[in-house]
Ligand binder design. Structure first.
Ligand SMILES: O=C(O)CCC(=O)C(=O)O
Ligand SMILES: [Fe+2]
Length: 205
């Protein structure tokens, strides 16, 4: 089981407290990233990705105005998980145990899916959790391929006080992990100009 480098966890805590988000290229080891990517690709090959929906009440056409990614949910039942997902869950568990007492987050579980943004796909500005309305505490996104200059697909984070102001623009890179406080940061995914693969999830109370 992976143990953290304390230094990096300290940085994560500082950054979450100060900026509401944290980006790391080293927290998840390369082998695990590779295995998760392989899993995403094999799910894709067997057609396990479905068009993502925004809300049950919306029509499909409206959904496609807001988001165009395709997703494949992961089971939280360890009996149904590959070794790669088991290891990723164990990482999330350790993270939960570390962060809960520091931020009073009360995180108990996790829901997540692989996401595939084909060329032309995007996800318009949104918040993952409206304040006081639900259980998503932390958004955790692991990017599974490199997007280079001109490839699009960057995620834009907006300032928590001034929702019009860009806080940061993050380019996906294989193994890059983005964590942010779900109800604090509006964000969007810019149009991808080449396929973009990620593992997106939420640590929930
Ligand atoms: O993939 C990303 O960078 C963000 C995805 C996202 O915002 C979401 O699925 O809610
Ligand atoms: Fe989101």
């Amino acid at each position: 089981m992976r143990t953290f480098k304390m230094k990096e966890l300290d940085r994560l805590v500082d950054s979450l407290a100060k900026n509401r988000y944290y980006v790391s290229d080293t927290l998840i080891n390369n082998e695990l990233v590779r295995a998760l990517k392989d899993e995403a690709l094999s799910r894709f090959e067997v057609g396990e990705f479905d068009q993502a929906r925004v809300g049950r009440q919306l029509t499909k056409r409206l959904d496609q105005h807001i988001r165009r990614d395709k997703i494949s949910w992961i089971s939280s039942d360890t009996n149904e998980q590959t070794n790669a997902l088991k290891e990723y869950f164990s990482f999330l568990n350790q993270l939960k145990d570390y962060l809960n007492p520091l931020f009073y987050l009360g995180i108990r579980n996790y829901e997540g899916h692989f996401a595939f943004y084909d060329t032309g796909a995007f996800y318009k500005k949104h918040v993952d959790q409206h304040r006081g309305r639900g259980l998503r505490r932390l958004s955790v996104i692991l990017y599974l391929n490199d997007m280079n200059d001109g490839d699009g697909g960057e995620v834009v984070l907006y300032d928590f006080n001034h929702h019009e102001n860009v806080l940061d623009t993050i380019r996906p890179k294989e193994g890059r992990l983005l964590i942010f406080i779900s109800e604090d940061l509006p964000h969007e995914v810019l149009t991808a100009h080449m396929p973009r693969l990620s593992l997106t999830g939420w640590m929930r109370a």
